[in-house]
Design a protein around this ligand. Structure first.
Ligand SMILES: *Cc1c(COP(=O)(O)O)cnc(C)c1O
Length: 376
């Protein structure tokens, strides 16, 4: 059995090495390192894959979130609601733009933002909601879209962990995550479901006017060379990353299927265990692409399990160990802890097992037997 990795990018590369090497060589020989034709080709392919009118590539997923907020022309003091249980990038850009982050609790079983909590948090100052498709599972978009419409709010989908997941509305309509709100964002960080070999990100929208604005914001606020109409940033996806991503996009569904198979196998082997809650999927098998496979450990021994598995050369992660409302940078003294009962519990209970498209059956069996052995 090969050593177990949290993500096995090397094995994944070896499988597509020829294609990737050729694509990179093309960029090298053209020397069009910035804004080369392959950036456009990848953009078009991703638009087709997601069935969205506009993809705007940028430098990383954090920039994508920031650019989305800049493009919506939010003003200091405007409130933006997001989840207390997520990666800090989401709240970081809200604070950076002097907007007011309003953190709300999540669902204890899907870990996703809770629409009832969002509704309770809406005030006359609220301007936007940012749901995160956390760990690769679709957030409850239908109720969130209804709230956004009712209160005239922007809805920004942070799809950094959910590339390729599909949401099904109650009327049977289906849409890829990232394409349902005002604007969607993603990250191509190497370990994400669609990962580059460096940093990368993108925004998605069906709104022509907003797409035009965003294309200016990513490029110094220029719509005509050296005429700066809005305050912008310099945030580009470079040609080398686009070349890698163009190859890997063809495999995204395959990678996600492999993740789903691994998740299914984990859940079968760990089911009916009194101290373990396996991940709950809220809808059909396309609704979760398992960026992470995250267990809840119910007997208070999460940290002991973590060290036990590490001793057995099984890497694991705790995403995330501290709720955002308790992080020093975002600490809110007016918040009451009872508002965050679920997140406060999750940070002590969650553990993410190795999850990637190259996990073998042997490795999954080794990992699950170690987990079960620990509780014996
Ligand atoms: C990874 C991630 C980001 C940030 O992406 P970068 O490309 O690393 O800047 C933002 N939000 C979520 C939920 C993420 O998982």
């Amino acid at each position: 059995m090969d050593p177990i990795q949290m993500v096995d990018l090397k094995k994944q590369y070896l499988f597509i090495k020829k294609e990737v090497d050729n694509a990179l060589e093309e960029v090298f020989s053209s020397s069009a390192f910035i804004n080369g034709p392959v950036v456009h080709e990848f953009q078009n392919n991703l638009e087709a894959y997601l069935n969205v009118k506009h993809v705007i590539p940028c430098a990383n997923g954090t920039d994508a979130l920031q650019i989305a907020l800049m493009g919506l022309d939010l003003k200091p003091g405007d409130e933006v609601i997001t989840a207390d249980f997520t990666f800090a990038a989401t709240v970081e850009v809200i604070a950076l733009l002097k907007l007011t982050p309003v953190l709300v609790d999540v669902d204890p079983h899907t870990f996703n933002i809770c629409p009832d909590e969002v509704e309770r948090a809406i005030t006359p100052k609220t301007k936007a909601i940012i749901p995160v498709h956390l760990f690769g599972q679709v957030a409850p978009m239908e109720p969130l879209l209804k709230l956004a419409e009712k209160h005239n709010l922007f809805l920004i989908e942070d799809n950094a962990q959910g590339m390729g997941a599909v949401y099904t509305f109650s009327d049977g309509t289906r849409a890829k995550t990232g394409t349902m709100g005002t604007v969607g964002t993603t990250s191509f960080f190497p370990s994400k479901n669609l990962g580059a070999y460096g940093d990368g990100g993108a925004l998605f929208t069906n709104d022509d006017q907003l797409a035009h604005t965003l294309r200016g914001v990513v490029n110094h606020g220029m719509y005509k060379r050296y005429y700066h109409d809005v305050v912008g940033v310099n945030s580009r996806l470079d040609s080398l990353q686009a070349a890698v991503l163009k190859v890997k996009l063809k495999y995204l569904d395959f990678y996600n299927e492999r993740r789903k198979e691994a998740a299914l196998r984990y859940s079968q082997l760990l089911k009916d265990h009194s101290h373990i809650e396996t991940p709950k999927r809220s809808s059909d098998c396309d609704s979760h692409v398992y960026h992470q496979y995250t267990l809840r450990i119910k007997n208070g021994k999460r940290d002991d399990l973590l060290s036990y598995l590490n001793q057995k050369n099984i890497p694991c992660g705790v995403y995330y160990p501290v709720p955002l409302h308790l992080q020093k940078a975002y600490f809110n003294e007016t918040a009451s802890e009872s508002q965050y009962a679920v997140t406060n519990r999750l940070v002590d209970e969650v553990i993410s097992l190795p999850m990637h498209s190259e996990l073998s059956k042997d490795q999954i069996e080794y990992i699950t037997s170690a987990v079960i052995e620990f509780f014996r």
